[in-house]
Design a protein around this ligand. Structure first.
Ligand code: GUN
Length: 292
């Protein structure tokens, strides 16, 4: 049976480490990192995510600034808010919760954020930096995936990594991060031929497509590390709602060497890495080395 990778426990360790770093920055540099979260409208899922971000930011000892705006706010007013946050020295990180209302161009808003405050790592400048190997902000979910992989095997050099999914938020940035770890990287997607065979070559297999139970046990190479980024709400035969990933966990756990569960795998890591990006941003902006 595979080792179950406990994302909840690993995320809690990271949060504790961040809280220690924040304490060090407060004591030795009189610096309290601050994160601004902008939520536009009343999408229930976004409200839950944002509430968790605010709570965890505060619990780590950082300043949390919450900007709740009506869904009718104009694009210009939103850009004005971003300008104001860019100019505010108390704000080290800015996160605009997605999705945005249809009348606001999300790319325009994201690319208006000062790149060094872009803790989501979605700005084109940070995307470019990641691709060519410069220091910058990388997206939180892919960073969390790499942490989970390294909890199994600290050195990923030479591993064959297959990522199923080519999104800008997970698949593409994760490919760049894994290249940085010296993996041989394949990005597969819905049009990939013989997807099962491609997956069978993976020492590290990542599923990030949003299709419940897509990856079968027979697609997993014996002993592989399987990272499941999917969060799908499905109805069971008894009519109850249940969260499942993109991997058929019941099958894959018998073949994999290590595997993340859903929930409790990648999910809890995202906010932990957001907090880490915020501390890094604060240190970079003040020319302070990141505390140990
Ligand atoms: N909505 C769903 N996931 C995310 C995320 O990682 N960042 C932002 N800004 N919005 C999201």
């Amino acid at each position: 049976m595979a080792q179950i990778i406990d994302g909840k426990a690993i995320a809690a360790e990271i949060r504790q480490h961040i809280a220690n770093q924040v304490q060090f920055l407060k004591t030795n540099h009189n610096l309290t990192p601050g994160l601004s979260v902008v939520l536009i409208g009343e999408n229930p899922a976004s409200q839950v995510y944002v509430r968790n971000k605010v709570i965890q930011t505060t619990n780590a000892g950082m300043n949390s600034f919450h900007h709740q705006k009506d869904a009718t706010i104009s694009e210009t007013e939103t850009l004005d808010l971003i300008d104001q946050l860019n100019a505010d020295a108390q704000v080290n990180g800015i996160l605009v919760q997605l999705p945005l209302p249809a009348h606001i161009n999300a790319d325009k808003i994201i690319n208006a954020i000062e790149p060094d405050k872009d803790v989501d790592g979605f700005h084109v400048v940070n995307t470019g930096r990641l691709t060519i190997g410069l220091q910058g902000m990388a997206p939180c979910t892919p960073l969390g995936c790499v942490e989970l992989m390294k909890s199994v095997k600290a050195d990923l050099t030479g591993c064959n990594a297959v990522i199923v999914g080519r999104s800008n938020i997970v698949g593409k940035p994760l490919a760049a991060l894994l290249l940085r770890e010296h993996c041989t990287v394949t990005i597969a997607h819905s049009r990939t031929k013989k997807l099962n065979e491609v997956c069978m070559g993976a020492d590290i297999l990542v599923a990030a497509v949003g299709q419940p139970n897509l990856v079968k046990g027979s697609w997993v190479k014996p002993g592989a590390t399987v990272i499941d980024v999917g969060i799908n709400r499905i109805e069971t035969e008894s009519g109850k709602m249940k969260l499942v990933g993109d991997v058929n966990f019941a099958e894959a756990q018998h073949v994999a060497g290590a595997i993340t569960p859903v929930p409790g795998g990648v999910g809890p890591m995202t906010i932990a890495l957001l907090l880490q990006n915020t501390v890094r941003a604060a240190c970079m902006q003040h020319g302070i080395p990141l505390p140990d």
